[in-house]
Design a binder for this molecule. Structure first.
Ligand code: BJW
Length: 233
């Protein structure tokens, strides 16, 4: 690619972790780890059945910690960032820690982190590698029922939005990787990048909801397309 890009924003979704063995959200059967998304990923679901929601995240946390590793796409992004002299912002919708483990530094996990829990009252965060339950007393207020997964559910405000909007407002290259473009506000980031004149690229297994609106698109597995695209820059 002839032009040199200075300020790069990358958005990743579940597809980048698929080849590490983590299931994406919108598989053909419409179920997500055997649950309807609204039964486990809304504040109302947590209020209605906290046991179910804790169990759902406990299973995913245990699975993540049982030998799941970053793949060539996570590693290529970290390596590219380390060698890039301009700004590089990696925004991920994923709650796994595979970008962190691959060595990405300027990372904004906008939908939260599976390996953290939070006190509903104080907002204090705690590292979490063990199963949680509604009965567990919170380390900061010592009350049961106050701990919740540190994830962003439907209807909640995603994290780091000011930093993300700031990075998008200055970017000259926006790359969307492994996301179906179903969930907002992330699904609208490419438009914000376009509005400031950035070159927009989609790297995905198949065209996303907005695939035809990107300036450039490469379709195939992330472990192939991401290293190849970054190499071409
Ligand atoms: C591969 C691959 C391989 C496979 N290689 N690719 C109507 C219009 C607009 C908005 C709304 C609306 N009604 C309601 C809303 C708002 C709502 C929303 O977007 N709803 C939609 C369903 C319509 N959004 C919200 O509520 C958000 N908050 C919000 O909007 O606050 C107000 C606000 C206003 C203004 C500014 C800012 C804020 C919060 C959304 C929270 C989403 N939470 C979840 C769960 C997180 C915790 C957890 O993991 O348990 O986040 S839902 C789930 O979807 C998860 C994901 O991060 C997110 C996105 O999914 P993703 O990553 O795209 O995965 P998939 O499975 O959909 O796609 C995978 C892709 O990979 C596919 O394309 C495959 O082809 C590809 N792939 N293998 C490369 N090997």
């Amino acid at each position: 690619m002839a032009k040199e890009f200075r300020n790069i924003v990358v958005l990743t979704g579940a597809g980048i972790s698929a080849e590490s063995g983590i299931k994406t959200f919108r598989d053909a059967d419409g179920l997500w780890e055997n649950h309807h998304v609204e039964d486990v990923a809304t504040p109302e679901a947590f209020q209605r059945d906290p046991q179910l929601v804790h169990r759902f995240y406990n299973e995913r946390r245990a699975y993540l910690l049982d030998g799941i590793e970053p793949n060539a796409a996570h590693r290529a992004l970290a390596k590219f960032e380390a060698g890039h002299t301009g700004q590089f912002t990696l925004v991920t919708q994923n709650i796994d820690d595979l970008h962190q483990r691959a060595g990405s530094r300027n990372l904004l996990p906008m939908h939260g982190e599976l390996l953290k829990i939070r006190c509903k009252r104080s907002g204090q965060l705690f590292d979490c590698h063990e199963p949680t339950s509604p009965e567990q007393p919170c380390p900061c207020c010592n009350q049961s029922g106050n701990l919740r997964p540190h994830v962003v559910w439907f209807g909640e405000m995603p994290l780091h939005m000011d930093e993300i909007e700031d990075a998008l407002s200055q970017c000259d290259l926006f790359i969307s990787i492994g996301t179906s473009g179903n969930v907002y506000p992330a699904a609208g980031f490419y438009q914000m990048a376009k509005a400031v004149g950035a070159h927009t690229v989609e790297l995905n297994l198949e065209p996303s909801n907005h695939g035809s609106r990107f300036d450039d698109a490469r379709y195939g597995p992330a472990t192939v397309e991401v290293p190849a695209f970054l190499q071409s820059l």
